[in-house]
Design a protein around this ligand. Structure first.
Ligand code: F6R
Length: 240
């Protein structure tokens, strides 16, 4: 695990976008694993800038998002499908047919998990997976648990995650379930970039880097992957 510490979120965004741009420019049909949440937004802004400046094209890029809420229409303003379109896909030249999401409204999530795994395998796997981290150490929506998960599954969101994300839904109660890539799906990515900013992430980052590998802090599993870069701002790195 290579840990890089930056002054602030903007510096991380520049470095993360450069890494993605290099990967896409080396392989025009790169397969990107993408995350939602507040942390990657500045990185997506830098990628849009790079696209506008002609430094990168998403014409042949394929993407797989980490997770999606259950029981929320795909085009709801709070779905991750909408989030990704508003924050990246609508602003670059990616083709809609190359964009992949778990469908949180299926009846049979096990069948959906298999469909997603097969779709990832069919394009040769994920070249680079972008991750944020929850204050409880979750990656995707893999919450602290007794065992690591493998392929995508349906998760009951923890109170800590609901407390962090309810703000986006205002007065409407947010969904209690989501479909998420499992730890196995994430670990099969060839390269992983985890970014974390702000003091609220410092405890989880300390646990991930110094606490040993445990499903009680899901991000700690990344210590077992051979190609992980962690980009932190000073606040997120403050307990290291
Ligand atoms: C989002 C995701 C989550 C977030 C995490 C941090 O697709 O999978 O694991 O990365 O909850 O969220 P932010 O960046 O909002 O602090």
């Amino acid at each position: 695990m290579e840990v890089k510490i930056f002054n602030d979120a903007q510096e991380i965004a520049v470095a993360a976008a450069e890494l993605f741009t290099d990967i896409i420019n080396n392989k025009n049909d790169a397969v990107l694993g993408l995350a939602t949440g507040a942390t990657p937004v500045p990185t997506y802004e830098k990628l849009i800038e790079a696209y506008e400046q002609g430094k990168v094209s998403f014409k042949d890029v394929r993407t797989f998002n980490l997770d999606e809420y259950c029981d929320l229409p795909k085009d709801d303003k709070n779905s991750y499908y909408t989030f990704m379109h508003e924050n990246l896909f609508n602003k670059v030249d990616i083709k809609e047919e190359n964009v992949n999401f778990l469908d949180g409204n299926v009846e049979d999530w096990e069948q959906e998990s298999k469909r997603y795994a097969d779709a990832m395998a069919a394009v040769g796997g994920i070249d680079i997976q972008l991750l944020g981290i929850g204050t409880n150490g979750h990656i995707g929506f893999n919450e602290p648990a007794d065992a690591f998960t493998d392929e995508s599954f349906k998760v009951t969101l923890t109170q800590s995650t609901i407390d962090s994300n309810q703000k986006y839904f205002g007065e409407v109660p947010m969904p209690r379930y989501a479909l998420t890539m499992g730890i196995g799906s994430i670990m099969r990515a060839k390269k992983i970039l985890l970014i974390a900013t702000g003091a609220s992430k410092a405890e989880a980052i300390k646990g991930m880097i110094k606490g040993g590998v445990t499903p009680k802090l899901p991000a700690s599993v990344l210590n077992e992957h051979s190609d992980v870069i962690v980009m932190l701002d000073k606040e997120a790195a403050s307990l290291l």
